[in-house]
Design a protein around this ligand. Structure first.
Ligand code: SF4
Length: 364
């Protein structure tokens, strides 16, 4: 009934450049059909992007250490210090991972480890400085997540701005918004009490932007979070983006994988992910790039292009989600084929300043 009375006015408001309220978002989630969500998501998408066009990139996540003291109950990846299964990879191992992706023309790497108390800021300055020295502008990399930055500053006994100065001098340009999961303190107390509060997370994001580095917004759904907690997250991100005048380059939502960890549970449906993606695009009207997660949704992620997303990674490797049950398909043409089936033309979005040519034919 509410939707019958309000859909046309929400649609017309969005067409005129308006935005929806949190109460509208809640009611749309509860009552709108998939096609209605797609219609609204595409109205907002078309403020920024050509219809039926999407961009993608090849990205390898490099897990250089699995030692972590945060003990999030949804994590399948970490090992505590002194575990015989804990590791810190050598530089040569990291370089070999980089070389492999560069050979096919991929140019983006994301470093993701844990809260390893043995690795202080000097370790990161040396690692990232070495990568910039060896590879120059052939590649770009996301050096760490927001929460890792906070932990590294703390364990190195320096401030976040001091850590950022060191990292910038070593050639770092990007941090990612990872570690957000659900930005609601109630959720964080339940599942990741050592992974910083929402206020600490946002303060660090603001400091990253103030330092001149780039950052992104992220979200993970499918744990046991409530609708209220999901809406808290979206509202927090939209407000941050307003306050920073568009500071977040993009927003990526992926889904929890429930295997091999303390929390367990089951995966949300493919349809729930797509509906949520549409809600993200509609509500986060101040974020240009809404990304869909091939890493956790495989072929379903490409349907996300019809639910408001405009960009995606073709992931090469990520031990964190693979250990929790993600299956990575390294067949780029097949993945691009899924996008084509949805009616989308895909173009590679280079992140590096001087990347090698892509060794993958275009799919048009
Ligand atoms: S999710 Fe990240 S911070 Fe939490 S336990 Fe796993 S590696 Fe550590």
């Amino acid at each position: 009934m509410w939707l019958d009375m309000n859909f046309d006015s929400i649609e017309s408001n969005l067409r005129q450049g308006g935005r929806i309220s949190r109460a509208d978002a809640e009611r749309l989630w509860l009552t709108a059909g998939d096609e209605q969500l797609q219609t609204l998501a595409n109205i907002v998408r078309e403020r920024y992007h050509e219809p039926q066009c999407a961009t993608y990139l090849l990205m390898r996540i490099i897990n250089y250490t699995n030692v972590c003291v945060a003990k999030c109950d949804y994590c399948s990846f970490y090992r505590l210090p002194k575990s015989s299964e804990g590791y810190v990879r050598s530089k040569d191992w990291i370089f070999s991972k980089i070389d492999e992706l560069l050979q096919v023309g991929g140019d983006l790497f994301a470093f993701n480890g844990g809260f390893n108390p043995e690795l202080k800021i000097d370790y990161y300055v040396d690692l990232f400085g070495s990568i910039r020295q060896k590879y120059g502008e052939q590649l770009e990399f996301y050096a760490m997540t927001v929460v890792e930055l906070l932990y590294i500053a703390k364990v190195s006994k320096i401030t976040v701005p001091q850590a950022l100065v060191c990292l910038k001098e070593a050639g770092v340009r990007w941090i990612t918004g990872g570690g957000a999961e659900i930005l609601a303190d109630s959720f964080r107390k339940r599942h990741s009490p050592l992974k910083y509060t929402v206020a600490e997370y946002l303060d660090t994001q603001a400091k990253i932007l103030e330092s001149g580095l780039s950052t992104t917004g992220t979200m993970v759904i499918g744990f046991d979070e409530t609708l209220e907690e999901r809406l808290d997250h979206l509202e927090t991100v939209r407000l941050f983006q307003d306050d920073t005048k568009g500071g977040l380059f993009s927003f990526l939502c992926w889904t929890y994988k429930p295997y091999n960890n303390d929390l367990g549970g089951s995966e949300i449906s493919a349809g729930e992910y797509l509906r949520h993606l549409a809600l993200c695009r509609i509500f986060l009207d101040n974020i240009k790039n809404i990304r869909t997660s091939v890493l956790t949704q495989n072929a379903n992620a490409l349907k996300g292009l019809t639910y408001g997303a405009n960009d995606f990674d073709v992931p090469w490797e990520d031990e964190v989600t693979q250990m929790a049950g993600a299956v990575i398909e390294q067949d780029v043409l097949r993945i691009l084929g899924y996008a084509k089936e949805e009616g989308f033309k895909t173009t590679y979005r280079h992140v590096a300043k001087h990347p090698a040519p892509l060794a993958i034919p275009a799919v048009s």
